[in-house]
Design a binder for this molecule. Structure first.
Ligand code: SAM
Ligand code: SF4
Length: 439
């Protein structure tokens, strides 16, 4: 009987994409997907360490597998992803969870077959963690979650070193993929039935700067926009530092590039932005948003905001609230600052008490939720084009899809529409989702 695998993925789209490669490698080795964790011969945790909460969640779930491992000693339990790239974490895992057989880093995916073979042959745990990517490995196998949408890496790592962020330490220095590999991959994906691609990078706007000869993100978008059969192009994430009017103009002229701009603000206070090493001011950010709205009037704009960064005063926080009220984002991911060992902000003396951080988060969410609802409410009665992603998790009779502006739309409809573009009339807009009916 075929051996089965189960992967639990935590964190961002970069991790989701890595899990697709891990699945591809395992399937090439002959493993098949296990519908349930208890049926698996190998269970992998692809981890995140962006905030402390993410790490604790993984460790407690790994702990719960102790009994399963005792019942089935041949079961391989592995931990990979960002968490294990941190200093001394592999040792910590070995101590806290001795039933873990395999630990491998974000730059070691291609070594998975060799590591599994060694565990099977020697019955000893294996650890393999490279601190940085030597060279981009092209052509690794991939298993996509859905046949019609695909995530495509364009850069790996990050050079920005925002003072709160662990990503540059666990994902290494920024490296861009060669333009021709990306274009070829997207052409192959389209030939395989993909209609929407999501380009991934921590700062997509700096794509190609270190390539020989250099290439711009705008040029990459133009090349991809020309691929016949491709319908939508998304990208994550734009760093405001490298986002500029030329890029906005290019995007406004490319029909397939979605009018959705995710531009993480992080804070509305210039003092905090500087301490965060974000490389822009609130005035510059405001200008960018105004330029987006000028060239792409249909644009939705979303953001990320951190509350309770060290030294954030009531006035700094009020600056964030004021800017949020002024700019009126379609939605925002809001986070409580989490100190990450090894980052400069974790060593700053003026850490904010958790109670204050929680109160600020609540206040910010309340303000943003009202804005999101008001913006969505204006869409009532409109007909929007939706790519149907699948059934709603709560109700199999309800379909879920996204507009080009990345709004989540729910409506009753048959499963045959999954993967297709449909028109939906919006009847009941809410804060996070919009309900409607199929036209
Ligand atoms: N590269 C993207 C950028 O700069 O916009 C962000 C990538 S990060 C995976 C996603 C979000 O996590 C960030 O935008 C930030 O708001 C949040 N984040 C990162 N480090 C954090 C920390 N230490 N505490 C709380 N939130 C954090
Ligand atoms: Fe982290 Fe800043 Fe890099 Fe984004 S740009 S991954 S927040 S260091």
């Amino acid at each position: 009987m075929d051996k089965k695998y189960y992967i639990l993925t935590f964190g961002c789209q970069a991790n989701e994409r890595d899990s697709e490669t891990i699945a591809g490698i395992l399937e090439k080795m002959g493993y098949v997907f296990a519908a349930e964790l208890s049926q698996a011969d190998i269970i992998l945790f692809n981890t995140c360490c962006i905030r402390e909460k993410a790490e604790n969640k993984v460790l407690s779930q790994v702990g719960e597998l102790k009994d399963l491992k005792a019942e089935n000693p041949d079961l391989i339990i592995g931990i990979c992803g960002c968490m294990v790239q941190q200093e001394k974490v592999a040792e910590k895992i070995h101590q806290r969870a001795p039933h873990v057989d395999l630990i491998f880093g974000t730059h070691n995916l291609d070594q998975l077959p060799e590591l599994i073979k060694r565990i099977e042959e020697t019955k000893t745990p294996q650890t393999q963690i490279l601190s940085d990517l030597q060279e981009i490995r092209e052509g690794l196998p991939v298993i996509r979650g859905v046949p019609f949408k695909a995530r495509v890496n364009i850069t790996y790592g990050c050079n920005n070193f925002c003072t709160y962020c662990i990503v540059p330490y666990v994902r290494g220095r920024e490296k861009s993929r060669e333009l021709q590999y990306i274009v070829q991959e997207v052409k192959d994906l389209v030939a395989d039935g993909v209609v929407e691609v999501i380009l991934l990078g921590q700062n997509v706007n700096s794509y190609g700067k270190t390539l020989e000869p250099p290439v711009t993100f705008a040029h990459l978008l133009e090349q991809l926009n020309a691929i016949e059969g491709l319908k939508r192009i998304r990208y994550l994430t734009s760093h405001p530092r490298d986002f500029n009017v030329d890029l906005i103009k290019t995007i406004s002229g490319l029909a397939k590039v979605c009018p959705h701009f995710h531009l993480p603000l992080q804070s509305g206070s210039n003092q905090i932005l500087q301490k965060m090493n974000r490389g822009y001011t609130r005035e510059h950010y405001k200008e960018l948003v105004e330029t987006v709205r000028q060239y792409v009037p249909s644009a939705s704009i979303t953001t990320d905001i951190i509350v309770g960064f060290p030294g954030e005063t009531d006035k700094d926080f009020q600056d964030t609230i004021d800017l949020v009220e002024e700019l009126r984002f379609d939605s925002a991911f809001t986070f409580i600052y989490s100190a990450r060992t090894g980052t400069p902000a974790a060593k700053m003396s003026d850490q904010i008490p958790l109670t204050v951080k929680k109160t600020r988060l609540q206040q910010l969410m309340q303000v943003q939720n009202q804005i999101s609802l008001a913006i969505n409410y204006q869409l009532k009665g409109q007909v929007v084009k939706v790519l149907v992603d699948g059934c709603s998790k709560k109700d199999q009779e309800i379909l879920e899809g996204r507009t080009a502006t990345n709004k989540s739309i729910l409506f009753p409809g048959p499963k045959e529409l999954i993967g297709k573009f449909v028109e939906v009339e919006l009847t009941d807009p809410q804060t996070w989702i919009l309900k409607g009916k199929l036209i």
